[in-house]
Design a protein around this ligand. Sequence first.
Ligand code: GRF
Length: 195
Amino acid sequence: METSKDQMQKLKLAVLVSGSGTNLQSLIDAQKEGYFNSEIALVVSNKASAYGLTRAENSGIKAIVIESDKELLDTLLENEIDLIVLAGYLKVISPELINAYENKIINIHPSLLPEYGGHGMYGLHVHEKVFADKKDQTGATVHYVTAQVDEGPIIIQKTLRVDYDTIKSPEELQRAVLIIEHEILKEAIKIIESH
Ligand code: GRF
């Protein structure tokens, strides 16, 4: 039985970025088209140079740079954030933050976890390994963040079958997987709203 829109929770989201923010953009676009109920209330980066901050500002979303874990936790609590979305956030999340937001932090990872996850497996490194292993399929995963890197409960995954006649480099694989990331991240928000 389909959950009606008014039964779906409206969560205040904080999206944490460190780079270009195309996953953030996919959430901004999804919110604008009413794909989910929730609201992106805050965008935070640990890097002043992150283009994701510009994307937020261009959409009228509060965007701030924070380096310290303590300041990050205080800011999230002050803004009454319900769910933290790690979208290419390359800083390790502190145990204090994980405890304060237990089961309320999600992460998008560019592989079919548990494969190609864990320390050092982020960004292009993931695709370089998948490409070197000539895996016939890869994909993306949205999972809850726990103290063990990339091991939290999986919310949604989507598979990409890799055709090495068309995918000729890890960079091309990264571009193909990024499209899948954009599809499943907004879907993960909808799934959590219906809990
Ligand atoms: C994505 O590939 C994501 O899987 C990884 O970092 C990258 C972020 O890309 N965690 P963007 O900043 O959202 O474009």
